[in-house]
Design a protein around this ligand. Structure first.
Ligand SMILES: Cc1cc2nc3c(=O)[nH]c(=O)nc-3n(C[C@H](O)[C@H](O)[C@H](O)COP(=O)(O)OP(=O)(O)OC[C@H]3O[C@@H](n4cnc5c(N)ncnc54)[C@H](O)[C@@H]3O)c2cc1C
Ligand code: SF4
Length: 336
């Protein structure tokens, strides 16, 4: 597959990049590491006039801690997230998620954390070559009026398979967007809209510049779990992230998210709340919470990710239970 023609622009700094995006509006797309974008360009899922590379924007790289917040620049390479002591110590779920993104070639050479968060939603009937898709009328995500994943659906049911996004949802991340008009900050649950056709709250001319994750307090632990068809270089069939605190032997501050289910990772508020205040060795409660997570996530899932729907739904229960147990082990220092 050959990449379509476009004009390549590589601004030298953030202001230049924002000016460039402002003047080209919807005709421009942003290129970070390119590990997702280039595939979609080849598949003709996008046909931009301008591709704006962020590779020269040094100010958007790096990880630091400030006023109780862990700040990750959008252009921070995945390998830097993996090797960061701060991420390893405070955000183990994010480290585990990045470890599971694709393969070392993606983590070490190109992929960025901002590009991972902005990974478009995916579907077996959409992420295909132009030739493959040309045999059918376009679906909702391709500006058409039908859905092949769910008969009669009036909207796109594609899934968010970003491992980083699932972890960042459980960790309660904020997303900082910049444009020539200034900056705005959105909770990740608002930045990711949950709409398959338009998965991000991002205006033409805007750029994600920073991810801010609150530093988890004393007794915190987190975990990311994922199931794939192949053992490596594969997107999640379903994933789960759990973040929690252990206080006096009981659960506190539980946040459970499930990826590969809806068009955004699902923050399962009700299931998370059922665990708060329960003793951490109360296996019956952990099982009940995992069952509720499965029930709620199942409502968002359709058969569009290359494995049976029933299997993926069952795995929500398994992954959430594993995630809770591992997060507790991290929080109590029992994980070796
Ligand atoms: C074989 C293969 C396996 C993969 N496996 C996984 C996997 O297991 N898990 C997973 O999560 N991902 C996977 N990916 C997808 C991708 O490699 C990663 O998500 C990677 O982190 C994307 O980062 P990038 O910097 O390369 O993004 P890019 O490809 O450069 O960009 C991705 C999208 O984000 C937008 N974007 C990038 N940066 C910004 C920004 N700062 N502001 C606004 N928009 C921005 C781009 O316009 C584009 O739409 C896989 C890809 C391949 C090819
Ligand atoms: S879920 Fe339906 S509309 Fe969305 S990409 Fe798949 S087939 Fe297309």
């Amino acid at each position: 597959m050959i990449i379509p023609e476009f004009e390549y622009v590589a601004p030298g700094d953030l202001q230049e990049a924002l000016d460039c995006l402002a003047s080209h509006g919807e005709e421009a797309v942003v290129l970070a590491g390119g590990t997702d974008l280039l595939v979609r360009l080849k598949q003709r899922l996008l046909k931009p006039r301008f591709v704006v590379s962020l590779k020269n924007l040094r100010g958007l790289e790096g990880i630091h801690k400030k006023d109780g917040v862990i700040v990750l620049g959008a252009m921070t390479p995945l390998v830097e997230v993996l090797e960061s002591e701060t991420v390893g110590k405070y955000l183990p779920a994010l480290k585990q998620a990045v470890e599971k993104i694709g393969a070392p070639s993606i983590q070490h050479f190109r992929g960025t954390i901002g590009g991972n968060l902005c990974l478009d939603t995916r579907c077996l009937f959409y992420n295909q070559s132009q030739f493959w898709r040309s045999g059918r009328t376009p679906c909702h995500k391709d500006s058409g009026k039908t859905c092949y994943a769910e008969e009669n659906s009036d909207r796109c049911r594609s899934a968010n398979q970003s491992d980083g996004a699932c972890a960042l949802m459980a960790l309660g991340c904020d997303v900082v967007l910049a444009s020539t008009g200034g900056q705005r900050v959105l909770p990740v649950g608002e930045f990711l809209t949950g709409k398959g056709e338009s998965p991000f709250s991002i205006e033409p001319g805007e750029l994600v510049v920073e991810l801010r994750v609150p530093e988890p307090g004393e007794g915190a632990g987190s975990s990311f779990q994922k199931i794939t068809q192949r053992s490596a270089i594969d997107f999640a069939l379903v994933s789960a992230a759990v973040s929690l605190r252990v206080q006096g032997g009981r659960f506190g501050g539980v946040r459970i998210s499930v990826g590969g289910a809806g068009a955004a990772p699902l923050f399962l508020k009700e299931a998370s709340a059922t665990l708060v205040g329960k003793p951490i060795d109360d296996n019956r409660s952990i099982d009940a919470t995992s069952g509720l997570a499965r029930k709620h996530a199942s409502a968002f899932m359709v058969e569009n990710l290359g494995s049976s729907l029933e299997y993926r739904q069952k795995m929500v229960h398994v992954l959430v239970r594993r995630g809770i147990k591992e997060a507790v082990a991290m929080a109590t220092g029992c994980c070796g």
